[in-house]
Design a protein around this ligand. Structure first.
Ligand code: SAM
Length: 316
């Protein structure tokens, strides 16, 4: 490879890492090579590409972030987590209360549409609940908005969950009545959340793209966007990133979810009504097992929330 091409690739890698926040190993060399080849085919010289990358040319940055983002996903990935949400959240949710869910780093949208199908199958009244689905990639969001998928998005899907999806013969087509449930938005998880107070935030398989410090900060930021008593869901391999959160680890259906503790006295949330935090005798709906937050108080007998205690100072 010529020195000019090597220099252009090095400048693109540096630009991609800085502007997307991706870890170096998350930027595939093949993606950079394809991006460079397309620029050369469009008549740019390698030195021009390198210079545009170095000055963070807006057009190049946008195209490059699309080129390196891999929105690889499929329906009901980690199916045990969807079953756990169904059991912990949907089964016990007050039908009169609107649920708000967030799929952060939604890729091509299968995760968010899967949630919409789960809500519909749980008999939730149409039009009440809302799902926010965000991603850094406009291309992924465009695909997601289309709401049409082929067999590849159904690979390995659990038949019991697949039955919830609208469509036939290996195609999934989101029907008009489900579409208003999901709002699609471009958002970078390295920046403040677009909203807060979610009943559940799914933040799965995105941190491998992020530099380690950004990954830890994003997990904390997204956990803070969960309402007290709500859940943060990360992919099993990402669970260690949630270990330092002041969260209760709830086990259900073979999945671990991170529940934000109920507000303590003195918190602004303390005055809000609590939508059935636990089933009879303090057990989670369906008998899920939960552990108190690290270093936090154990749940009181009878399912009452823990005694008030000061919020840990290092939390935010
Ligand atoms: C592998 S997909 C994950 C899709 C889905 N959450 C899942 O678990 O299957 C990773 C997605 O993260 C997105 N992503 C990467 N960095 C991001 C960032 N800083 N902010 C928002 N999304 C990001 C990518 O564009 C990609 O669509």
């Amino acid at each position: 490879m010529s020195a000019g091409l090597s220099e252009a690739l090095a400048a693109l890698l540096d630009c991609a890492r800085e502007t997307t926040g991706f870890a170096a190993e998350a930027v595939q060399a093949a993606s950079l090579q394809r991006f460079l080849a397309a620029r050369l085919a469009a008549g740019c010289a390698p030195t021009e590409v390198a210079a545009a990358a170095r000055r963070r040319d807006e057009d190049l940055v946008r195209g490059l972030s699309e080129a390196v983002a891999v929105g690889e996903t499929y329906f009901f990935r980690h199916p045990e987590q969807f079953r756990a949400l169904r059991r912990l959240l949907l089964a016990s949710a007050d039908p009169g209360r609107n649920l708000r869910l967030w799929s952060a780093g939604c890729g091509s949208g299968e995760e968010a549409w899967g949630l919409a199908a789960l809500l519909a199958a749980a008999g939730r009244e149409r039009g009440r609940d809302r799902i926010l689905a965000t991603d850094l990639s406009d291309r992924a969001l465009d695909h997601a908005r289309d709401g049409a998928y082929g067999r590849w998005s159904l690979r390995g899907v659990d038949p019991e969950l697949e039955r919830l999806l609208p469509g036939a013969a290996g195609r999934v087509e989101m029907p008009a009545e489900l579409r208003p449930t999901v709002e699609w938005l471009r958002h970078d998880v390295r920046t403040p959340p677009p909203a807060s107070g979610f009943d559940a935030v799914l933040f799965r398989n995105v941190t491998p793209f992020l530099a380690p410090g950004d990954a830890v900060a994003a997990v904390r930021r997204l956990f803070d966007a969960v309402r007290p008593g709500g859940y943060l869901v990360v992919a099993p391999a990402e669970a260690p990133l949630a270990a330092a959160l002041e969260a209760e680890r709830v086990e259900a259906e073979g999945a671990s979810l991170f529940r934000r503790p109920w507000a303590r006295a003195g918190d602004p949330d303390a005055a809000r009504p609590r939508p059935s935090p636990a089933g009879p005798n303090g057990r989670d709906p369906g008998g899920a097992r939960s552990e108190p937050p690290r270093g936090g108080p154990a749940p009181a007998p009878g399912g009452r929330p823990p005694a008030p205690s000061p919020r840990r100072s290092g939390r935010r």
